[in-house]
Write a protein that binds this ligand. Structure first.
Ligand SMILES: [Zn+2]
Length: 481
């Protein structure tokens, strides 16, 4: 009895000592970055970034942009972050134009800002929130909050401090600090609505003194084994004023579905920056496109049920694997809906389906269903004798190697994503035609299909003549009044 007590006390003593040692170890690393007094932080950088989920095929690298300037600002107490980037596309056409991008996250809400316009990007919230957790300051804050494990490990002859934890049950993080108390690299994962557990590796260093503030001069990141970021930090600021307020449009159900009948038995379902199209067949329904994550898919399915209460959705047509177009696909697969896509997209979706977000399983993972795919080469027809939906690969398009459009012959409707972006109402046509729009028109001629209206997944429904005007084949229509 006595000896058991002694052992117990001794164990408590050792464990207490260990906990203390871990705390001091963590504290030392945190102190090197002034974590306890840093509530907000900002860095400015330039270099290269890569657009996650936008590769020209599932096997290709994330497309590259040259970053003229990137300013990232964190509000650690609010769990908010804003990136303001000026960049130029380096791999995709047209090359050279400067683009401004402002992307924001606050808690579980994410949105983009373009001028005065705000658009919801909730399906990207997990990725953006993860960037806060794996930032040098964020790691230490989260390590304390989540009782991180701290261990010593010799890696390539150097003794490293390994900090590991799961942040709020969502983000898995293992960070490696060197004997200078500097985090050198981080291996982590977050839940992607397309790809499930998304593996991230981030390298920091070498650290420099920026006017009394220690911070890495380089940040290099990989997601899913491919580069996403490679920047040189040029300036930092500790505790700058930050005001990241969630816009009302984002706070109040930004995923709610609206619909508009565009032909008999055809509805355009809008409400987010990428629409879906519902097509009513004799005994079943087809939905084209599942953007914006599971929640949005549930909103769209709810709207579909209101529009056509008595028919099941049989097919979900995915135009291409880009994350803004495919992040709601898993919710349909969970309902047993057959996913129709071009064959190059299938292996990616299949792998993604097996790799669900293990920390927060979605409906597909919980359903334990194996997604059912029906893939096409350059064409496929979904028909039930009363109506035919013709699907065509948009061959040779620079946007994506396996991109699909849908054509309704009777209605002369063409449903397309990304290859033609109608200009805002009243705007001048582009001076240089977009290569992907030229290619779309070439495909329409190749297929000899008669198109009356284009249903743009990202924009609106426009007359076919808008495409001809945009590529310089037809003068702009005269004003209507
Ligand atoms: Zn795309």
């Amino acid at each position: 009895m006595f000896s058991k007590l002694v052992v117990a006390f001794a164990l408590i003593g050792i464990m207490g000592f260990r906990a203390q040692a871990q705390e001091t170890e963590l504290q030392r690393i945190a102190d090197a970055l002034d974590v306890s007094t840093t509530k907000t932080f900002q860095f400015t950088a330039n270099g290269t970034m890569y657009s996650l989920g936008q590769s020209t095929s599932p096997a290709a690298p994330w497309p590259r942009s040259f970053v003229k300037s990137m300013t990232r600002i964190y509000d650690f107490t609010a769990g908010a972050m804003r990136d303001s980037v000026v960049r130029m596309a380096a791999d995709s056409l047209p090359i050279g134009g400067e683009q401004q991008a402002v992307t924001v996250v606050s808690g579980d809400l994410a949105w983009n800002v373009a001028g005065n316009a705000v658009s919801a990007r909730l399906f990207e919230a997990s990725e953006r929130a993860h960037q806060i957790v794996i930032s040098p300051h964020g790691i230490l804050r989260a390590a304390f909050a989540n009782n991180a494990g701290v261990a010593k490990k010799t890696i390539e002859g150097r003794e490293m401090t390994v900090i590991s934890f799961t942040d709020r049950g969502r983000h898995k993080v293992v960070a490696y600090a060197n004997d200078q108390n500097a985090i050198e690299w981080v291996e982590s994962s977050y839940g992607s609505p397309v790809a499930g557990d998304m593996k991230v590796v981030t390298y920091y260093g070498p650290y420099r003194d920026f006017g009394g503030i220690k911070f890495p001069t380089k940040i290099i990141q990989y997601q899913d084994g491919k580069p996403t970021l490679d920047v040189t930090v040029t300036a930092v600021s500790a505790n700058p004023p930050v005001n990241i307020e969630v816009p009302a449009a984002i706070r109040n159900n930004p995923l709610a579905a609206k619909s508009e009948k565009i032909a008999d038995g055809v509805w355009y379902i809008t409400g987010v920056s990428a629409a879906s199209v519902l097509i009513e067949m004799k005994d079943y329904l087809i939905v084209v496109e599942a953007p914006h994550g599971e929640e949005r898919s549930l909103e769209v399915m709810g709207e579909v049920k209101k529009l056509v209460p008595n028919k099941p959705i049989k097919y979900l047509v995915n135009t291409h694997h880009h994350f803004d177009h495919s992040s709601g696909l898993r919710a349909y697969a969970a309902e047993g809906v057959t996913i129709v896509t071009q064959e190059i997209n299938r292996p990616y979706f299949e792998r993604a389906a097996l790799n669900s977000w293990s920390l927060a399983p979605d409906r597909l993972a919980k359903s334990k269903k194996k997604p059912v795919f029906q893939t096409m080469g350059d064409n496929m027809v979904l028909t039930d004798g009363t109506r035919s939906v013709e699907l065509y690969q948009i061959v040779g398009n620079v946007h994506h190697d396996g991109i699909v459009m849908a054509y309704l012959r009777k209605e002369k409707l063409l449903i397309e994503a990304d290859v033609f972006s109608p200009t805002p109402v009243g705007a001048e046509p582009p001076k240089v035609p977009a290569p992907s729009a030229l290619n779309l028109e070439a495909n329409v001629r190749r297929l000899n299909i008669d198109v009356d209206r284009i249903v743009s997944i990202h924009q609106r429904v426009v007359p076919y003549s808008d495409l001809l005007t945009a590529i310089g084949k037809k003068p702009p229509a005269p004003p209507t009044k």
